[in-house]
Design a protein around this ligand. Structure first.
Ligand SMILES: NC(=O)c1ccc[n+]([C@@H]2O[C@H](COP(=O)([O-])OP(=O)(O)OC[C@H]3O[C@@H](n4cnc5c(N)ncnc54)[C@H](O)[C@@H]3O)[C@@H](O)[C@H]2O)c1
Length: 265
């Protein structure tokens, strides 16, 4: 398949839905062979089938990224099925809210495990395959919270901050192996999970769309907005780019968040 990702084999975690699915679909349209790792069996399989039905190549491997052996099996499936591994997108994320004093040890561990430990396992097992491939590209899907967290996202912000530090550390550690690592900040994306989270707080989709229209560039960001950046960072177009933070957040990091925004709270 021709395209900017022609010939590349890429693993995308958390690609059964949301931003990850948008990335997997665009990667396949650009010619990548995509391995989807997600804990949701039915949705993950459906995502891979949709790509295949559209003329792309995709494989689904049910994976809980909190389990090291499952992460190892996920990246190995790319090499076994498609012959190598060029790219890894650590997209799995979970963003439940809790202020500091409501953050229990169990909650902290769960959030850190899903958002940080999973990416560590996937990187750990992907790097040897990338080294054997004489190079590769890792894209970690972060958050603005990884730089400055919201008050009720203490654990999530800590995990995404850790992911940022891990990204820069890997970039330095593996540049000699031609393995690059970069961090994307997707802004505010109305995925089903995000909509459900705010619905639980009494906000309708219309409320959220109104809040999006008030954002600096006039709308929420989409999975496709992130996917364009993922493709750049996984392709040879970014061969000299590593250790960077790419903001796909319409300038959110440059402006104070209005106290009335549903993004806060
Ligand atoms: N939606 C936003 O506004 C937003 C903003 C900034 C950053 N992000 C980040 O973008 C990424 C994707 O967010 P999203 O909104 O698409 O989320 P989502 O909930 O729509 O999708 C997350 C996917 O990860 C999977 N997943 C969750 N736990 C898993 C586990 N233990 N093992 C394997 N798969 C697991 C889910 O099944 C789901 O398919 C996350 O890292 C998130 O932190 C999202």
């Amino acid at each position: 398949m021709a395209g900017r990702m022609a010939g590349k084999v890429v693993v995308v975690t958390g690609a059964a839905r949301g931003i990850g699915r948008g990335c997997a679909e665009m990667l396949a349209r650009e010619g990548a062979r995509v391995v989807i790792g997600d804990v949701r069996a039915d949705e993950g399989a459906a995502a891979a089938e949709a790509i295949t039905a559209g003329g792309g190549e995709a494989l689904f491997v049910q994976t809980d990224v909190v389990q090291e052996d499952q992460c190892a099996a996920l990246v190995q499936a790319a090499a076994t099925t498609f012959g190598k591994l060029d790219g890894l997108v650590n997209n799995v994320g979970w963003f439940p809210r809790a202020m500091l004093e409501d953050t229990t040890t169990e909650f902290w561990d769960q959030v850190l495990n899903v958002n940080l430990r999973g990416a560590f396992y996937c990187c750990k097992h992907a790097v040897p395959l990338m080294r054997a491939n004489k190079g590769g590209s890792i894209v970690n899907i972060g958050s603005l919270n990884g730089i400055q967290g919201l008050p009720n996202l203490i654990a999530y912000a800590s995990a995404k901050g850790g992911l940022l530090a891990m990204t820069k550390t890997l970039a330095g550690a593996y540049a000699g192996d031609r393995i690059r690592a970069n961090y994307i900040i997707p802004g505010w994306v109305l995925t089903d999970t995000e909509i459900a989270l705010h619905a639980g707080r009494g906000l309708s989709e219309e409320d959220l769309l109104r809040a999006g229209a008030a954002l600096p560039l006039g709308r929420h960001q989409t999975p496709e907005d992130t996917a364009y950046a993922v493709i750049y960072l996984l392709s040879d177009e970014s061969a000299q780019v590593t250790g960077t933070v790419m903001h796909i957040d319409a300038g959110a990091s440059t402006l104070p968040i209005p106290p009335s925004s549903p993004y806060v709270g």
